[in-house]
Design a binder for this molecule. Structure first.
Ligand SMILES: Cc1cc2nc3c(=O)[nH]c(=O)nc-3n(C[C@H](O)[C@H](O)[C@H](O)COP(=O)(O)OP(=O)(O)OC[C@H]3O[C@@H](n4cnc5c(N)ncnc54)[C@H](O)[C@@H]3O)c2cc1C
Length: 378
């Protein structure tokens, strides 16, 4: 994979990370507050500007990631916060919002969720009807959100609400940070076919949000939502398949190799094709990172990557359960050791990839209009 063939300049960055780990996790023992230390060192989101990140180049990011993986360093898990809400706050949040929200987001002590989708507004998000009305120094929010991943564990949420019902759909929306402990919020879990309940219905009934939690300008929420969704497409379509939950194509190659390889020509072709796809996805990701470095926000290329990565993830998962044989039907026993116990669940989850963060069809519409300059979707 290209990540293991970084140019020689990467070594300086690697050494910095190794020195940090030797100091903060001597002998590979990670202290309970390691996530906080990593966040303070700017290594949780190295591409963010200082002091939150390191203004890191793509190469530095890849080198940091490589060493943290190699040493199995535990990293804060807060994908919606770090992946999507944070970048939007960096674009449009006030200094006070940065100081209040970014440290807890980066060290994982405050989990974030995203309150965008509604029962009547998914792909056509701009038709959302949750209302926010100004009342003195506060906003009062009433409406319903759905598919809110992690609402039940989140401390904060990014929320889109309509602030000008008379304006054209895209122009009357504002973007807020919602304290999930506010009064008037009811959260109901939604059970998924893999047995878990990661997302929820969220009812907002006269919830009060301080004016200081408006992000950017009033009625400018749609522009910021696009920043969030652009980052969502980048981060959901991360390097591994399945939003980081399942095996990667590389893992499958390694497992087949460890089990004596295969002479089955069809299986060999499938594995090779997935391996090649994964390599292409890494290269597209590096291109996106390089664009970021030049100060560009994620553009339509994020949709290209998401369209490819989601279907790649589904193919990887389908092959994984096939390799697992009868174990592919079991939720609690892995065919090839502990790392494979999640395969059955991952397979059941994999259809979600081409829905969440914008469906496969919607990505193709974006590519058609904004990359290929085809006529607009009717
Ligand atoms: C695992 C998972 C986690 C999620 N987490 C969150 C979350 O945390 N927060 C949140 O706000 N939302 C979340 N969502 C919701 C997700 O963003 C929506 O499901 C998605 O945007 C699609 O909207 P919808 O479900 O309303 O489907 P619809 O928009 O109703 O689409 C139904 C079908 O019509 C197709 N379609 C719609 N419009 C077009 C068009 N113009 N051209 C061609 N085809 C079209 C779609 O591709 C789809 O096949 C999550 C979804 C999943 C699966």
């Amino acid at each position: 994979m290209p990540t293991s063939t970084l140019p020689p300049e990467a070594e300086t960055y690697r050494q910095e990370v190794r020195a940090f780990l030797d100091e903060h996790a001597p002998g590979g023992r990670y202290p309970p507050d390691f996530g906080r230390r990593l966040a303070r060192a700017g290594m949780v989101a190295p591409h963010w500007p200082r002091p939150w990140g390191l203004d890191a180049s793509p190469l530095q990011q890849l080198a940091i990631d490589e060493v943290l993986r190699e040493r199995r360093a535990p990293r804060p898990v807060n994908p919606i916060g770090i992946g999507w809400a944070g970048p939007t706050l960096l674009v449009a949040g006030t200094d006070e919002q940065h100081r209040r929200f970014l440290p807890g987001m980066l060290d994982g002590s405050e989990i974030w969720c995203q309150l965008f989708s509604e029962p009547g507004a998914g792909s056509d998000l701009a038709s959302l009807t949750t209302r926010a009305e100004r009342d003195g120094a506060e906003w009062v929010v009433t409406g319903q959100k759905i598919w809110t991943t992690g609402a039940h564990v989140a401390r904060y949420g990014i929320l889109l609400a309509r602030t000008d019902p008379d304006a054209e759909a895209h122009h009357g929306i504002s973007y807020f940070v919602l304290d999930m402990q506010s009064r008037g919020i009811t959260i109901r879990p939604i059970r998924q076919m893999d047995g878990s309940a990661d997302f929820n219905e969220v009812f907002l009934d006269g919830v009060r949000i301080p004016a200081s939690c408006l992000v950017g300008d009033e009625h400018d929420g749609w522009r910021l939502a696009r920043v969030t969704l652009g980052n969502e497409r980048v981060s959901l379509s991360g390097e591994g398949a399945l939003w980081g939950m399942g095996p990667t194509a590389n893992d499958l190659v390694e497992i087949v190799r460890q089990h004596g390889g295969t002479t089955d020509p069809v299986l060999r072709q499938r594995i090779a094709a997935l391996y090649a796809e994964a390599a292409v996805l890494v290269l597209i990701r590096m291109r996106t990172l390089a664009a970021r470095l030049r100060g560009l926000e994620p553009g339509p290329e994020a949709s290209v990557r998401k369209a490819l990565a989601d279907e790649h993830g589904q193919r990887v998962m389908a092959l994984a359960v096939e390799l697992a044989g009868p174990y592919g039907m079991l939720a609690d026993r892995g065919p090839f050791g502990s790392a494979t116990t999640t395969w059955a669940q991952g397979y059941l989850f994999s259809p979600a990839l081409t829905i969440g963060g914008g469906t496969a069809e919607v990505q193709r519409n974006i590519i058609a209009e904004r990359v290929l300059a085809l006529p607009r979707d009717a």
